[in-house]
Design a binder for this molecule. Sequence first.
Ligand code: UDX
Ligand code: UDX
Length: 436
Amino acid sequence: MNIAIVGSGYVGLVSGVCLASIGHHIICVDNDKEKIANLKKGEVPIYEPGLDELMKKLMKKKKLTFTSSIKEAAKKATVIFIAVGTPSKKNGDADLTYVENVARQIAVNMDSYKLIVEKSTVPAETGKRIERTVKLNLPKKYRGKIDFDVASNPEFLREGSAIEDFMNPDRVVIGVESKKAEELLREIYKPLKTRMVVTNINSAEMIKHASNSFLATKISFANAVAQICDRVGADILKVTEGMGFDKRIGRSFLNAGVGYGGSCFPKDVDAFIRLSEKSGYQFNLLREVRNVNEDQKASFVRLIEDKLWIVKDKVIGVLGLAFKPDTDDMRNAPAVDIIKMLQQEGAKIRAYDPVSVENTKKILKKITYCKDPYALAKGCDCLLLLTEWDEFEKLDFKKIGQSMRQAIFFDGRNLYNKDKMESLGFEYHGLGRGVK
Ligand code: UDX
Ligand code: UDX
């Protein structure tokens, strides 16, 4: 099938590459001309394991092409996915300016039947607005002559495991209002041989917001329990292990730490709170999920301040900057807030991350970047682990501890074994590990 994807960011590009790999002809669109020029040369703008090779392979086979012209895409493709960003406004609302703009451009450039599919995360009732926008902007000569459908097909891929998640989803959700739209989307996803949840557009849009908000709730719940564990001498790792064996609860997304970040959870929780507010319901549960997440970063900084005593001029080494491993994405990374709070207290920050340094430089100032964890540790008054990269699991902590001024370790992701770290001479602080 000929498919266009408008917006070649994390979601759009991965979706385009994966849809091409299951046999479709994909044209990826972006209004960032430089990005398109680089993509045409085979350069992937993001760090995502496996994406680079797969993209190049599909370009060679002519299954995947790029353009900055929506006009070209709208002419060639029958199905057009919208995957542009939907950032947060100051009040938490999803900013749908880009979505509206793309819908308009599709409308003025279409000359035959099109299925327009929302892939971006959008609040309920956006589909209806896209439909109205397309109707209003369709050239007069085509009004009443050419038909179109709008559908919702939210994406659940995670950064860092995006290809695997796209190709092996737990389910594909499609929100449709016509048989034709349903058939086209079923056909597109047929090669994945996965469970399809077919519903109307509003329900599909709600599924995405409710899913992300529920996962954020699980994380905040675990973080709140971790706070109590610290106060009563319990270990959050054992508590969540014990809870997680209950199939009704499940172990995933119960990892306590410095909080959730990224381009989705913070934004989608905010947007869902606003959507419910506008609909006349106060989603206070979700407000508290957000509060717990914010406080998790602040309380981590309070712990550091308490143990360091004086923060001013102390050298703090940060291991890991990205909001999670296997990505270079710094959007809403907990490291950003934590580093800013410590810098405000006068701390000197050194940092190491395998891939996120360039993106961090765009957001934070006055950081000394180091070439590896050993260089980072030299002369530090403490180390903080903020992203649990695989390569941090096997570090030589004896060597690291010896090169530090004070061997204090704050484990923001509960990656390490407390007894082992203590036997290597560290004063070790995890989160919710029953240590005051
Ligand atoms: C996506 C979804 O759009 C968002 O709703 C969801 O919650 C997370 O995933 P993401 O792919 O991470 O966002 O966004 P980003 O990496 O910023 O990519 C968006 C792309 O759209 C950018 O490359 C941008 O240049 C492009 N864009 C934006 C357009 O092509 N046209 C526009 O009008 C605006
Ligand atoms: C998320 C959703 O999982 C995905 O379905 C959706 O399409 C986009 O948003 P992503 O943001 O890429 O994906 O990463 P995810 O693995 O969900 O992690 C989000 C944040 O939660 C990270 O900061 C991570 O460190 C944190 N997290 C995750 C925890 O703090 N504890 C956990 O147990 C799990």
